[in-house]
Design a binder for this molecule. Structure first.
Ligand SMILES: *[C@@H]1O[C@H](CO)[C@@H](O)[C@H](O)[C@H]1NC(C)=O
Length: 353
């Protein structure tokens, strides 16, 4: 196996890093049947399949490798757990868990969903709105992929670059990292499988060409390079507008009719417009980054909402944190503990035997 022992300074560094991590959610199912107090099965459909705690037919450690296992064939499953709501604005978001398809997986989901805190857990179903869906999906020969679906501006957006998932019967560690600079990373078993920029690898609907509106106090002579626009005072907020998801609503901009020889355009009644906004023309091709692409307010529930033809999948070692190093350490401490890995591993926790 080739374990090596960490030198002292590395350990000290690790402790400093971990001290700064915020762990929003962590679940290893180490306290027997108490998980039933934390995980709420949906009763939206009386036909939903049941989960049980199990380490399966083979495992490294019969206790520590226990996780939520699907138990009935050809069923939908829906279960979720709540945590203190948080926003990932300006912070890294890491979502990680392990999944084992020890049955021969023919068709079924192995992914997780992250929901806003207002999710009605008892009614969780396929249509419940989520923020992020992440993880493997297998069906027949065609579908063997890792989904990374992001909810943005009232729509779900799938990752454009196909990511292949593991199809064997062993436990695998899946990690999704979304960073505030709009880079992302998908890891399987600590290997980076895909990475890049969220704006490029998701089709988020032309946001790259978005122009920027700037509020101004007064209009001086220095505005020649700008087109003057006005807020449309007659515009109404759409009834389905969600301020939390879409941002604060603003009326659309109307271009001010042209002035002619210093005279006001006749069909222009200034009282209908609020003369407070300028519309900045983007002179150079280039674009403004929309940093809200992967920002979510009130993240508050993690759930499993999957269909499985042949049951037996085990979900375990859930983690949501803002710290990539903490996630890597937690991954090694859980998934890495009992799985044989090639290469040299830095044993920080000292619990190996
Ligand atoms: C299932 O959830 C939907 C959406 O929340 C709701 O309209 C429906 O009444 C629920 N069904 C049951 C049986 O609770």
């Amino acid at each position: 196996m080739g374990w090596s022992v960490c030198p002292g300074p590395l350990l000290a560094l690790w402790l400093v890093r971990v001290a700064l991590a915020t762990v929003y959610f962590q679940e290893e199912f180490l306290d027997g049947e108490s998980w039933r107090n934390r995980w709420i099965p949906s009763t939206n459909d009386s036909n939903f399949g049941h989960f049980r705690l199990s380490s399966g037919k083979f495992y490294g450690d019969i206790q520590k490798d226990k996780g939520l296992q699907t138990t009935e064939n050809a069923k939908f499953y829906a279960i979720s757990s709540r945590f203190k709501p948080f926003s990932n604005k300006g912070k890294t978001l890491v979502i990680q868990y392990t999944v084992k398809h020890e049955q021969k997986m023919d068709c079924g989901g192995g992914y997780i969903k992250i929901f806003p805190s207002d999710l009605d857990q008892k009614n969780l179903n396929r249509k419940s709105q989520y923020y992020i869906m992440f993880g493997p999906d297998i069906c027949g020969f065609d579908i063997k992929k890792v989904h990374v679906i992001l909810f943005y501006k009232n729509q779900y957006h799938s990752n454009k670059k196909p990511i292949r998932c593991k199809v064997d019967g062993f436990t695998h560690l899946y990690t999704l990292t979304l960073r505030p600079d709009l880079t992302y990373e998908v890891k399987i078993d600590t290997d980076i499988i895909e990475s890049g920029n969220i704006e490029e690898d998701w089709d988020l609907g032309g946001v790259r060409k978005m122009e920027k509106s700037l509020p101004v106090q007064e209009h001086g002579d220095g505005l020649k390079d700008w087109d003057k626009h006005f807020l449309d005072a007659s515009a109404n907020k759409p009834s389905d507008w969600n301020s939390e998801l879409d941002g604060e609503w603003q009326p659309s901009l109307i271009q001010k009719p042209k002035y002619k020889d210093g005279l006001k355009s006749e069909n222009m009644d200034n009282s209908d417009y609020k003369d407070v906004w300028l519309h900045q023309k983007i002179e150079n091709p280039g674009y403004l980054q929309d940093f809200e692409l992967s920002e979510y307010e009130n993240i508050g529930v993690i759930g499993l909402e999957v269909w499985q033809v042949r049951s037996g999948t085990i979900f375990d070692n859930f983690l949501i944190t803002d710290d990539e190093n903490y996630a890597a350490e937690f991954g090694m401490k859980t998934w890495g503990r009992t799985k044989s890995t090639s290469g040299v591993l830095c044993v920080v926790m000292g619990h190996y035997h």
